[in-house]
Ligand binder design. Structure first.
Ligand code: FAD
Length: 501
């Protein structure tokens, strides 16, 4: 369904002096540009900007933001990375959306990804997609350590949230793997920052939801890239045994990736996020599902290369020792490192071919304290999701360790050493997504009633009170940083924290 026909961009909401700026020729008001900027992966929120900036240099963004600051009534500016937010976070009602991907085409030297001669890091434009970072660093036999499950997201977009996946228990989220940033603040100042230089800005921006500045370069930690992976999936019928094994594995040396997901008897055993089973595996799983209703899949991965190829199977066997999955229900895949990291792309291509990608995606991503994960399973997975049988998308659940997160950064996580990432990746139709969203609200209300102190990841709230509760003890610092780096509240209006539409 297209919303283009309903678009009425109002150029009038921008001051007419904008036409005298150098960037004026790079502002677009046409329906293609406006349509893209008012749509995201979620397909739920559509905010119409007055214009879209297609920058050819960082100076264009600086000029735009400085100009907004000079206006008696500043207009909002939102960086749009790859637009994979689900609730309009990269949109700017009546403001200007900066199409960051436009920068990719205008590098005079190279492609915006430069690997250091020491091989310890890469300097990467904020507009770069992680898939391009992977391909460019692999040319040097190197790669970043911390990933997201899906690689067609921008560096600036994931660093504004946290960026995590199955490697995070070990290496920390992507925000913990950044050495330095170049940022254009909400005042239009261009600043380089790190833990030692302009550190307040560095900590503000990482996990800062785009509210303090636009990331134009990130220095990302690299290490030697493995060549291949052994990807093992084990099936459980008992949630407490499943989580016990997950927690055991993240405390064990030798594993590079751990995630987990749920299978429900009313949905297919494979989903777009990770198709895994052969048809014969699948029929075994389906009969098991008939018996149990819900099954839990533990996914673990061991990296290897030429030197470790002979020992990797033994290492995997040792990792599996003492685990309590259902006997016989363990499956293994051997893949290249790249194919493994890029696994969700296969699902995307399949969904796109069936017209099922650009549909409403009312996702709910939660971080759940370990102490409450069994109550969460009983109340949410069993009593809401399985009982209502509405959810069709992947349901992810896996533990993360707090020690690898830096509390000075803006990202918010539960106050326990171990917490679980729960991804309810619902996809619906334009007619029924609200049913799924009602279920999301029911889940949030359940957690509230049960005293489960969850934090939302990719947070979405409607009131200031909810945001204050979300940030908890970090709220004052968050506000002070906003006053310091974006005092006129220009940036990232789609987060609905300081600007209400
Ligand atoms: P956008 O949606 O374009 O922007 C997101 C926010 O960041 C906006 O507020 C925007 O203004 C701001 N922003 C964008 N660029 C910049 C910049 N350069 N500087 C400052 N602010 C900026 N997340 C995970 O952590 N792990 C996952 O495994 C994971 N998998 C995903 C899979 C899919 C299919 C999808 C759709 C999302 C997934 N996400 C995951 C969530 C994803 O990390 C966030 O939605 C992220 O913001 C998307 O990046 P983007 O480039 O599309 O950002």
């Amino acid at each position: 369904m297209s919303i283009i026909g309903n678009l009425r961009p109002s150029k009038n909401s921008l001051p007419c002096e904008i036409d005298s700026l150098g960037v004026h020729a790079k502002l677009r008001y046409d329906l293609d540009a406006i349509g893209l900027a008012s749509t995201d992966y979620g397909n739920i929120v559509h905010e119409i900007p007055s214009a879209v900036l297609y920058p050819t240099s960082i100076d264009d963004i600086i000029e735009l933001i400085k100009f907004s600051n000079e206006c008696p009534l500043p207009f909002n500016v939102a960086a749009r990375g790859h637009g994979h937010s689900v609730r309009g976070q990269a949109m700017a009602h009546d403001g200007v959306v900066v199409n960051m991907l436009s920068l990719k085409k205008h590098y005079k030297n190279g492609n915006g990804i430069r690997v250091s001669t020491s091989g310890n890091y890469a300097d990467v434009g904020g507009e770069q997609l992680w898939i391009d970072v992977l391909n460019a660093t692999l040319e040097h036999g190197l790669a970043p350590l911390s990933w997201t499950d899906y690689l067609y997201l921008t560096v600036g977009g994931t660093l504004s949230n946290a960026g995590f996946s199955g490697q995070t228990f070990l290496y920390g989220p992507q925000i913990s793997n950044v050495l330095e940033l170049d940022v254009i603040t909400g005042k239009g100042d261009f600043m380089t920052c790190s833990k030692d230089q302009n550190s307040e800005l560095f900590y503000a921006v990482l996990g800062g939801l785009g509210l303090f500045g636009i990331i134009t370069r990130a220095r990302i930690v690299l290490a030697k890239a493995p060549k291949r992976v052994k990807w093992v999936r084990m099936i459980y019928s008992d949630f407490s045994i499943f989580t016990r094994d997950q927690e055991h594995l993240i405390s064990t040396k030798g594993l590079e990736y751990l995630e987990g997901s749920l299978l429900m008897d009313y949905t297919p055993a494979h989903n777009w996020r990770s198709s895994f089973f052969s048809p014969s595996n699948e029929s075994q799983i389906i009969s098991l599902l008939k018996k149990h209703g819900i099954l839990y899949c533990l996914d673990m991965v061991k990296y290897y290369d030429d030197e470790t190829a002979n020992s990797v199977d033994k290492d995997v066997q040792m990792l599996q020792e003492g685990l309590n999955f259902i006997p016989g229900f363990t499956f293994m895949r051997d893949e290249t490192y790249v194919d493994f990291l890029n696994r969700v792309r296969r699902g995307e291509i399949t969904l796109k071919s069936k017209g099922l990608w650009d549909v409403p995606n009312p996702w709910l991503n939660l971080l759940v304290p370990k102490s409450c994960i069994l109550d969460f399973n009983a109340g949410v997975f069993v009593d809401i999701i399985h009982r209502q049988k509405k959810t069709t998308g992947p349901l992810l659940v896996f533990p993360l360790t707090k020690i690898v997160w830096d509390d000075k950064m803006s990202a918010v996580v539960p106050d326990e050493d171990i917490f679980y990432s729960v991804g309810l990746l619902h996809s619906g139709s334009f007619n029924d997504w609200q049913d799924l969203d009602n279920q999301n609200n029911e889940i949030l209300e359940f957690c509230d009633r049960a005293g489960i102190k969850i934090k939302q990841y990719l947070p979405h709230y409607k009131s200031k009170e909810e945001w204050i509760k979300h940030f908890g003890p970090k709220w004052n610092t968050f506000q002070e940083r906003k006053a310091q780096f974006d005092p006129r509240m220009i940036l990232s209006p789609g987060q609905n924290i300081f600007n209400y539409v």
